[in-house]
Design a protein around this ligand. Structure first.
Ligand SMILES: Nc1ncnc2c1ncn2[C@@H]1O[C@H](COP(=O)(O)OP(=O)(O)OP(=O)(O)O)[C@@H](O)[C@H]1O
Length: 631
């Protein structure tokens, strides 16, 4: 037994010297050789190899080449034994990039989930805790369930970070070698720990000293520090979500004392007319009251008891105007308990427990005729960019990093490495179809789904709002097409709906919920029919959202097709390119379909919008860094 282990070490050392695996290809080759040796080992020999690698990592660090090669190979072998998968070279390549801290861009469906495991294992050997973050709780739970038995074989424990749990339960999760969770939750727990620390330092020195002398423990923090994090769906977690900071609010109980003022402001805004009383400008839809509008709202607010006001009357008017533009079932929903819940624009998920700030949430409640909740106060906040940079080593993977290289480099100090495709893709992209109106577009989508459905091919239709998903669902019902709906407001189990989406004859309508990270498995007979067909029911502001949705088909060399549908009334065009809307309307046939291919223009508009979004995120990050150094 001992000879096999020392043989492993001897061989790896030799290979490391021979191959000088500074390059990824050298490292992949050395990992493969080490892995071959491990395949001959018994379970107890494997455990001994683990112990040797652990010792080496603790002595020489994770960047020692022999430790790295053996660490990655051990996980590859555990995956083979527990999950029956043999890691491909492209996955080992991604694992090498992640191990040294970088962004591995690996096409959708190429197997990023398994690629994250070897670098997580290698860093876990140091005993300082590894965080594997992803975009939502469903994916975190799925990955934890899939990989924790694999880690266990190698003597490493993995946990799932519970979202609605007490500090003790969370602390236990962080005590494990590897912790799976959502990117946001890791950040919120960091803020919670910062609050505990702040409270601790605010205690009078004498009091603290006395407590220590008495042997009282200081309040324990949940996290063990921020050592190494691998972020799956990195562009979503690190870029899209980074448009808003992580904010920890104190709970506001009961009804707001200034509810009458909110109601009055909603009433006042209902009396205003766009153009006469206010104008709406820019893509961010900023409202500006005209002189006439200003005079009108001043009169409407003059009778209110001044002691009720928490802010000026004009500020109440301003949030009421913004609330009037927010869309139910797009920007928010009203749930079964008559609560306003925010919808995450980029994933279609419902943000439970989150509220808009500065009175906007209350203004939306007033607009919907609901009870006005008490405003929550901000206790701590941090931008996701600054939080990410607090990790000693950060790595990420995604299928859609292209176009974001500069942001990853400048904000997170990470370079993007493109991993080649394992086998040529069989995915076919059909020409984009554009229409003069939403109605014409919906009708064409329904007709296309009906045709494909008749052949038995499964179809996934991705919309970008709950409202659109409901609208399509109603249309499918009219056409007698059986469908599954996945839009975040139904109670059905997400995993089982997704699992059924690749079956013969399945039709699924989903918001961006199913557009990222979800693995749709095909039934064998579906392959010969051409695989899954994906319909992108509008062009999103970010082309990455479209690409992720398209990436649900044609995975792992499977056949698959995808097609985008857009209308002159889509938000992207109305907000950013009204000239293109007009162009489409002028070039339609009798069915309302545009006869000119506008996909190149769409791509250009998306690039422009993405550049503007980057500029906004960069400005927010700079402000946060400035404030944090000033404090
Ligand atoms: N080495 C392998 N051998 C066999 N099957 C594999 C291997 N690696 C991954 N797979 C399978 O390929 C499919 C896609 O994997 P996975 O969901 O990890 O891809 P992904 O790159 O994360 O996709 P996305 O970009 O959509 O998140 C899964 O069904 C997975 O089980």
């Amino acid at each position: 037994m001992a000879s096999s282990i020392s043989m492993l070490n001897g061989l790896t050392n030799h290979l490391v010297t021979l191959l000088r695996p500074a390059s990824h290809s050298g490292l992949i080759q050395a990992t493969r050789e080490s892995w071959k040796t491990l395949q001959r080992q018994s379970e107890s020999q494997l455990r001994e190899s683990c112990q040797r690698t652990r010792d080496r990592v603790r002595r020489l660090g994770v960047d020692d080449l022999t430790a790295k090669v053996d660490g990655l190979a051990l996980m590859a072998e555990a995956l083979r034994r527990v999950r029956g998968v043999s890691m491909y070279d492209v996955q080992l390549h991604a694992a090498c990039v992640l191990a040294q801290g970088g962004i591995a861009e690996m096409q959708t469906g190429e197997g990023k989930t398994f690629s994250c495991a070897p670098p997580a294992f290698l860093h876990a050997l140091l005993g300082r805790g590894v965080h594997v973050a992803t975009t939502n709780a469903y994916l975190a739970e799925r990955d934890h369930e899939l990989l924790s038995p694999v880690f266990r074989l190698l003597g490493v424990n993995a946990s799932l970070l519970p979202e609605k749990a007490g500090n003790e339960e969370k602390r236990k999760a962080y005590q494990c070698d590897v912790t799976y969770g959502t990117g946001s939750e890791f950040g919120f727990d960091y803020l919670r720990d910062q609050l505990s620390l702040r409270a601790q330092t605010q205690q009078k020195m004498g009091q603290s000293l006395l407590s220590r002398l008495k042997g009282d423990m200081e309040p324990a923090l949940m996290q063990r520090g921020l050592y190494y994090s691998i972020i799956d769906e990195a562009d979503n977690v690190m870029l899209d979500d980074a448009v808003s900071p992580l904010v920890l609010s104190e709970a506001g109980q009961g009804e707001a004392a200034d509810r009458l003022v909110y109601h009055a402001a909603t009433d006042a805004v209902n009396h205003l007319r766009e153009g006469r009383d206010y104008t709406v400008t820019g893509t961010k839809k900023t409202h500006r009251l005209t002189e006439e509008g200003n005079a009108r709202v001043q009169v409407l607010g003059s009778d209110l008891p001044v002691e009720l006001f928490r802010r000026t009357w004009m500020e109440y008017i301003s949030v009421a105007l913004r609330a009037s533009q927010m869309r139910r079932d797009v920007d928010y929903i009203v749930d079964g308990q008559n609560k306003v819940q925010i919808v995450d624009g980029s994933t279609g998920r419902i943000f439970e427990d989150r509220t808009w700030r500065d009175g906007l949430h209350q203004a939306v409640e007033s607009k919907e005729g609901l009870e006005i909740s008490n405003e929550k106060g901000t206790m701590a906040q941090i931008t996701r960019q600054r939080f990410g940079r607090l990790y000693q080593r950060l790595a990420g993977t995604t299928g859609t990093a292209q176009g974001c290289e500069r942001e990853f480099r400048e904000v997170y100090r990470l370079s993007v490495h493109t991993i080649p495709l394992r086998t040529p893709s069989q995915r076919e992209i059909w020409p984009t179809r554009s229409f003069e109106s939403q109605e014409a577009k919906w009708a064409a989508i329904a007709a296309s789904v009906a045709d494909l459905h008749a052949t038995g091919r499964p179809v996934l239709v991705g919309t970008n709002s709950i409202r659109d998903s409901k609208c399509l669902a109603a249309l499918f019902q009219e056409h007698g097409i059986e469908y599954q709906l996945l839009n975040g407001i139904q109670d059905a189990d997400e995993a089982s709906i997704v699992a059924a989406a690749g079956r013969y004859g399945a039709v699924m309508i989903a918001t961006s919920l199913a557009g990222r990270g979800t693995d749709i498995k095909l039934e064998p007979e579906v392959r010969s029919l051409g695989g899954l067909h994906v319909i992108v029911a509008q062009c999103n502001e970010s082309s990455r959202v479209d690409r992720q949705l398209v990436g649900r088909c044609g995975r792992q060399g499977d056949p698959g097709t995808a097609q985008s549908f857009l209308s002159a009334q889509d938000e992207l065009l109305e907000n950013h390119a009204p000239w293109l809307s007009e162009f489409i309307k002028r070039h339609t046939d009798e069915t309302g379909e545009c006869t000119v291919d506008v996909s190149a223009q769409i791509r250009r508009i998306q690039r422009l919008v993405e550049r503007n979004a980057f500029a906004r995120r960069a400005a927010m990050f700079r402000r946060d860094v400035k404030n944090s150094t000033a404090n």
